[in-house]
Design a protein around this ligand. Structure first.
Ligand SMILES: NC(=O)c1ccc[n+]([C@@H]2O[C@H](COP(=O)([O-])OP(=O)(O)OC[C@H]3O[C@@H](n4cnc5c(N)ncnc54)[C@H](OP(=O)(O)O)[C@@H]3O)[C@@H](O)[C@H]2O)c1
Length: 286
């Protein structure tokens, strides 16, 4: 398959891998970025530079409506890995409204499909992040374009936080840390996305090849860090006061606390996909 693909969130961990994978398969990529200089530098967590992988650049900021017109003009398909993770912005403005503006543009210009990188369990989360992502997925399902929704477990990029804590000699689990997760490498997720681009409306739950409990993830992080294991067990009883305090602090802290505490409670396991294993990735993190 070939064609012109618009990629939103192209400078992110997943977006960079998606752009590279599309280019290597012969697609013509239009990357929507806030900064071309930043896009052409190496990404965080080993994600590639976009230099040489992009046919057309568009400078787009989803908080500035003057930059959003006609980003999908002439495009065959759209892939969006746009979202707020570490950025200081409202998830509602970006994950929901930003993606909505992009979808409206895709519909206006007759794109055949819109693939959205969502997250597992968005439908049951109560954080603004989860509500925004779920609201957009539901909107996308009702769209005129083919709606492809990918629900990943965590990413390798985020698991590095466990390693950073272990290097400082500290880790924690919620209760006994029995909830399970199968984090996926950005390149494996990108390959999955590119392989499924031509399919009709559908959604997929996707994770990596290693299924681990949070407790096992902590133990792995300490092994890789070569530090003596000190894992604090957070008692579920303190979650409510913790959230109460965060809710009175700032909207950002309130949202992040809710997002992380809810994530630690439930299994987030998607269909195991790809070959890349978590331990060698963590060992290579500097
Ligand atoms: N991290 C995880 O473990 C995980 C798990 C499941 C699902 N997800 C979801 O997967 C998606 C991609 O995650 P990721 O880790 O690759 O995120 P990321 O590295 O933070 O990338 C997010 C992308 O969105 C862009 N963006 C944010 N605000 C923007 C704005 N105002 N205007 C234009 N672009 C903006 C970022 O641009 P800049 O580079 O300019 O900031 C970046 O390209 C997100 O929607 C995330 O919620 C993440």
């Amino acid at each position: 398959m070939s064609g012109r693909i618009v990629v939103a969130g192209a400078t992110g961990y997943v977006g960079r891998h998606v752009v590279e994978a599309l280019d290597l398969r012969g697609y013509r990529v239009r990357a929507l970025v806030r900064s071309r200089d930043r896009a052409e530098a190496m990404g965080a967590f080993g994600a590639p530079s976009l230099r040489g992988h992009v046919a057309e650049w568009r400078i787009v900021d989803y908080t500035d409506s003057s930059t959003l017109m006609d980003t999908c003009e002439g495009a065959d398909r759209v892939v969006s890995a746009l979202g707020v993770t570490r950025q200081n912005a409202s998830p509602w403005d970006i994950d929901f409204l930003g993606n909505l503006r992009l979808l409206e543009d895709a519909e206006r210009h007759g794109a055949a499909s819109f693939l959205y990188v969502n997250v597992l369990h968005a439908e049951s989360g109560t954080s603004v992040t989860m509500r925004s992502k779920h609201a957009f997925s539901e909107t996308l399902r009702r769209s005129r374009v083919a709606a492809q929704i990918v629900n990943p477990s965590g990413y390798f990029s985020d698991v590095t936080d466990f390693l950073l804590m272990a290097r400082r000699g500290f880790g924690f689990t919620l209760g006994d840390g029995a909830a399970k997760i199968n984090p996926i490498h950005g390149a494996d997720l990108a390959e999955f996305i590119v392989e499924h681009l031509g399919e009709p409306s559908m959604s997929w739950d996707v994770g990596g090849p290693d299924i681990l409990s949070y407790r096992e993830l902590e133990e792995l992080a300490f092994r890789v860090a070569a530090r003596r294991q000190r894992i604090l067990r957070i008692r579920p009883a303190i979650l409510r006061p913790l959230q109460w305090a965060a809710d009175r602090s700032s909207p950002r802290l309130s949202n992040l606390t809710r997002f992380f505490l809810e994530s630690l409670k439930v299994d987030a396991v998607g269909t195991p996909t790809g070959e890349r294993r978590i331990e060698p990735f963590l060992r290579a993190v500097h």
